[in-house]
Design a protein around this ligand. Structure first.
Ligand code: CNA
Length: 355
């Protein structure tokens, strides 16, 4: 169930390999040579496909005509207006919440990983690693107090996602964030997949007893490590640490939603955390993908792009007919989209409005 989007490659490879094996078992020379040719043909098709020369290419080429008229933001706007999109998926990361005052992980200088020296961690990521947490939960709870959800307001970008839903265009919003700002902005819970969990509930690591958000909040703000009332084990908010499984809802929804997606919008993510990052490859082959981020992310290595191999966003290739990068802040990018679509969304210093 936990597909990384690369299953197709593996099964094709497996198919080619097993056919080579079958050919060598025949004793009849003629049949042997036919089978060898079959095997050679299979191998040829396998590599042709990998190198981008297969008949499949024709199919993609024909479909190209149906995707963006130009690989640009204006092409995406035209696509939304003319193609009657109803199944937009948004994928978000920490970059949609930095304007609310919550640092992301990796932005140099201001990201969380640049500012954790006071916790004396073996490495910055350790604060979110389950193994380290079991040995020393204090640094996480000190940080959790600083970043506790409820102290921050949603950004224009969060309201733009809600607007997509109110216009009847949003199939689902997949977020890596644990700050719950999508809920605060008014996006209904059934439209949200919190891929890396949430602060809404907490569980004892030992006996699995569940605790409420208020119970956890009280402990975090009294500067104590929350311990279980039943067994004295450490209680952890249900956010996904490195080394833990993602929620079942992530896998179930992704399986159902991504094949239906007619436009993917990726907002404020470095697309480095798996399996979330590889969701970008689970949309249909012709589905346009728009990245709104301060920097390029998730793009295919240029060597792989030249060979038409590998996965990822493909902004630069001559054949690109669907991937668009808009580099800048998520709020500006969403304001620009809303303006071009003729929708009203605007923010003052302390509030956002859907007009
Ligand atoms: P990341 O790896 O820190 O990347 C953030 C990306 O956003 C980078 O590419 C930045 O350049 C970009 N960025 C930052 N600010 C803006 C902005 N205002 N406008 C546009 N782009 C911007 O974070 P990811 O989300 O990709 O990594 C996944 C981690 C981060 C998940 O496990 C999260 O749980 C975790 N995280 C969440 C929060 C939160 O809940 N708000 C905060 C920090 C980290």
């Amino acid at each position: 169930m936990a597909s990384s989007g690369r299953d197709g490659d593996e099964s094709q490879k497996g198919e080619a390999e097993s056919c080579v094996g079958n050919g060598s078992s025949s004793k009849d020379g003629y049949q042997q040579s036919n089978e060898d040719e079959g095997a050679v043909e299979l191998i040829r098709r396998y590599f042709a496909e990998k190198l981008g020369f297969s008949e499949d290419k024709k199919e993609v080429f024909q479909e190209k005509v149906k995707a963006l008229t130009e690989a640009s933001v204006d092409g995406v706007i035209k696509y939304i207006q003319e193609r009657n999109c109803k199944n937009i998926i948004t994928m978000a990361g920490a970059g949609i919440s930095t304007a609310a005052g919550i640092p992301d992980f990796r932005s140099p200088g201001c990201g969380l990983y640049s500012n954790l020296q006071k916790y004396k961690l073996p490495d910055p990521q350790a604060i979110f690693e389950i193994g380290f947490f079991r040995q020393n939960p204090q640094p996480f709870f000190t940080l959790a107090k600083e970043l506790y959800p409820g102290s921050f307001k949603p950004t224009l970008c969060h309201y733009f996602i809600r607007l997509l839903n109110e216009k009847g265009l949003l199939l689902r919003h997949y977020t890596q964030n644990i700050d719950t700002l999508e809920r605060v902005a008014g996006l209904p819970a059934e439209k949200i997949v919190e891929a890396h969990g949430t602060f809404h509930t907490s569980h004892c690591l030992e006996c699995k007893h569940e605790y409420t958000v208020d119970w956890m909040k009280e402990r975090i703000f009294s500067d104590s490590v929350p311990t279980c009332e039943k067994c004295d084990g450490v209680v952890k908010p249900d956010i996904v640490f490195f080394g833990e499984d993602l929620p079942t809802r992530f896998f179930v929804c992704a399986e159902k939603d991504f094949p239906k997606c007619d436009l993917l919008i990726i907002l404020g993510s470095s697309l480095t955390v798996q399996p979330f990052a590889s969701l970008i490859d689970r949309v249909p082959k012709v589905c346009p993908r728009l990245l709104i981020n301060r920097e390029r992310a998730g793009h295919r290595d240029w060597v792989m792009a030249a060979l038409q191999m590998g996965r990822g966003l493909d902004f630069d290739s001559r054949d690109n007919f669907r991937d668009v990068a808009w580099l800048g802040s998520c709020d500006e990018g969403c304001q620009m989209l809303a303006d071009k679509l003729g929708w009203g969304v605007s923010c003052t210093i302390d509030r956002c409005y859907i007009l």
